[in-house]
Design a protein around this ligand. Sequence first.
Ligand code: HEC
Length: 113
Amino acid sequence: MMKQLNLSLATSMVAAVLAGSVAPSVAVADDPQNTPIPAFGSQCLSCHGEDGRPELADVPIIAGQQPIYLANALRHYKSGERTGGQALVMQEMVKNLSDEQIVALSQWFGAQQ
Ligand code: HEC
């Protein structure tokens, strides 16, 4: 009995890992305003604020901004096309994000009021 339980637990864990690696696509939440930020974006909040409204005077407010604008800004940091100001900070932040992750974060910040 115990053996069977462990086996099924192990099977479901393997399935979860496989699901994660085989389907890396990032779903955009139906209602991003009332959904927590995706885990890969949690570090964004330390500078941009819990809801995209930063406490720091030199960090831009991105809450409620147009998602397409945000995604393009992030793509341009990633490609190195956007420079000057504090762009180096953001280039570092986005270098490992996929385009799907960029879109999901842009939707999330854009939906914050
Ligand atoms: C260490 C602090 C810090 C972190 C962490 C950080 N940012 Fe930024 N972000 C900045 C600063 C500073 C700027 C202004 C950069 C510039 O001068 O171009 C900025 C700019 C931006 C912009 C451009 C805004 C505009 O109006 O053009 C976007 C979009 C953005 N960040 C999104 C994010 C996302 C998404 C994350 C997480 C992946 C993130 N940031 C993490 C500090 C940070």
